[in-house]
Each structure stands twice: as structure tokens, then as C-alpha cells.
Write a protein that binds this ligand. Structure first.
Ligand SMILES: [Zn+2]
Length: 295
């Protein structure tokens, strides 16, 4: 009897169109680097008091929001801890300008401990991906087919870095990297934010350029407006197949709910287009094969 009810429930879910999501932009934390326990000032989004509570809440939300995979980044230690807790996490190597040795980077890729190069947050150090220090890492990404996820737009205002620079976040500044390495898939995280029009131009011109929505749907009313304009232009340019969903929850996991709800409420995207952005495009970008439980 129990079995029949479950099958019925599954069929019902498929019919009403509950689809799975890949979130390409989450962050992992340890006790040492966790800075939560304070609400996000705009929108009053709560934050768990501890790193442990934050991980627990992120996993709970992944369950309730049907998130099948999520790319995480921060320290390698944080990634390790999160991957032990849940096998849906895909590890990204979060990089500023203080990089691990190239040999170690390559070894971690071989061991499956790094599957994405990013979030590369060079904007926080006042530079871009064109800085020669990144060259050997980019070449390893090319060798192993590792995608690059690169922070675009201004650095987060709450960062205490003195070196951060708004205009280093313009994706147009990394055109040389995009053009020099056409076999590397590059995701412009936050869709360029205030430089969103340049993100669309790059996506339309270069086959290897993608974008994620990052914080846009929850960080502020201005960023939400950017997200809408960006998606409308992507639709007009025929590049919605290169837009991916990501939350960039930082220490505020509830932002995942806010962001997905706002995205799903958009009237100008068809259900098929939403499905591409929430799932299909990321699956292609990350080179994932079907999970056994995927419909
Ligand atoms: Zn981020």
C-alpha cells in the first residue's frame, strides 16, 4: 500500500512540473572563516549562528528546493568538510591572488578534489584573470577540461579588502583570456552585475562564455532589476542556453528561497527556458551525466 502511494506521489510531482535544480554558486565555510550570525541588512535575511548550523540549513534547503547538485567554493578545507556531509557538492577552488602551488592544483584536479577553477575573485585584489599569475592554472584547466568560474561585477561591499576595485569587475577586461582559450568554458558569475551588457556581448560572440545569476535576485532591488534586464536581453540575443542558476548564498542560506522564488515568478520566460537555466545549461557546462534519480 505504501509503495502504491509513493509511486502515485512521484507521478504527481512529475506532472505538476517539479524539476530539479543545479545551483552553480554556493559557498562553503569552516568555523574559522564563517562570518554569519547576523541578518543580511537589505531584506532582513537571517543567518545561522554557526558554520555547522549554516551547513545543516543549506542541506535542508537543497532538499526542499530539489537541488540535485551545487558547486561550492571557499577554502579547500571547507569544501572537504561539506563534501563529507553531502555528495551533491561539486568542489571549486576559490582563488584570489594568493594561489596554491601549480603542482598541488594539478594533483587536486587529478584526485577529484577540484572540479571547477573558481570562484576566482581577483577583483578583491584589484586585478583580473589576465594577470600572468593565473596563466599556468588556466593552462591546467585547458589540459583537464576544468571550467572556470570568474567573479564579475563589483566586489561585495562587506569585503574588508583595501585592494578591491569596482571596475576590475568588468568582464570585457578578460576578453583576451576568453579568446586565447576557446576550449575552456568560462562562467561570468553575477552576469557582470552593473557591467551586464558586456556579459551579454561576450556570451553572444564567444561560444565558450556563460553566465550565472549569482546574487542578482536577492542582493538588492537594483541587482534584481539588472537580473531582469540581463535575462530579457539574453532572450533577445538567443543566448539563454548559456545562463545558469546560482544563488551565491554566502552566510545567508535563506537567500536560496528568495532567489529561486523570484526567478520562478518571471513572466517573460517560458517553462522550458526556466528549466534550461535552472538545470540543463549547468549540466552541460559542468559535463555532468544523468543522476540515477533524475527523471
Ligand atoms: Zn560567490
Amino acid at each position: 500500500m505504501k509503495k502504491i502511494s509513493l509511486s502515485f506521489l512521484l507521478i504527481f510531482c512529475i506532472n505538476i512540473g517539479i524539476s530539479q535544480i543545479i545551483d552553480v554558486h554556493l559557498h562553503s565555510y569552516t568555523d574559522e572563516d564563517y562570518y554569519g550570525g547576523r541578518p543580511y541588512p537589505l531584506g532582513n535575511i537571517s543567518s545561522p549562528a554557526t558554520a555547522k548550523g549554516h551547513l545543516k540549513r543549506t542541506i535542508e534547503l537543497m532538499d526542499s528546493l530539489h537541488i540535485e547538485y551545487a558547486v561550492i567554493s571557499n577554502s579547500l578545507k571547507a569544501n572537504e568538510k561539506w563534501m563529507e556531509a553531502d555528495d551533491r557538492f561539486i568542489p571549486g577552488y576559490s582563488a584570489g591572488t594568493d594561489l596554491i602551488p601549480v603542482d598541488e592544483f594539478e594533483q587536486l584536479i587529478k584526485n577529484g578534489k577540484i572540479k571547477v577553477f573558481g570562484e576566482v575573485g581577483s577583483v578583491y585584489d584589484g586585478t583580473t584573470l589576465t594577470n600572468p599569475i593565473y596563466k599556468p592554472y588556466i593552462e591546467i584547466c585547458e589540459k583537464y577540461g576544468i571550467p572556470v568560474m570568474y567573479h564579475t561585477g563589483p566586489p561585495a561591499p562587506h569585503s574588508e579588502s583595501k585592494a578591491k576595485r569596482i571596475f576590475k569587475g568588468d568582464p570585457a577586461l578578460i576578453e583576451d583570456i576568453i579568446a586565447t582559450y576557446p576550449n575552456i568554458k568560462i562562467c561570468l558569475q553575477h552576469a557582470g552585475a552593473i557591467f551586464w551588457e558586456n556579459a551579454v556581448i561576450l556570451m553572444a560572440y564567444y561560444p565558450n562564455v556563460y553566465s550565472d545569476l549569482g546574487v542578482l535576485f536577492w542582493a538588492s532591488p537594483i541587482s534584481e532589476e539588472i537580473a531582469v534586464n540581463f535575462l530579457k536581453k539574453c532572450k533577445n540575443y538567443g543566448v539563454l542556453n548559456k545562463v545558469m542558476y546560482g544563488t551565491d548564498q554566502m552566510v545567508w542560506p535563506e537567500s536560496m528561497v528568495v532567489s529561486i522564488d523570484k526567478f520562478n515568478a518571471l513572466g517573460f520566460l517560458t517553462e522550458k527556458e526556466k528549466q534550461m537555466i535552472l538545470y540543463d545549461n549547468a549540466k552541460e557546462f559542468l559535463g555532468l551525466v544523468d543522476a540515477p534519480n533524475h527523471k
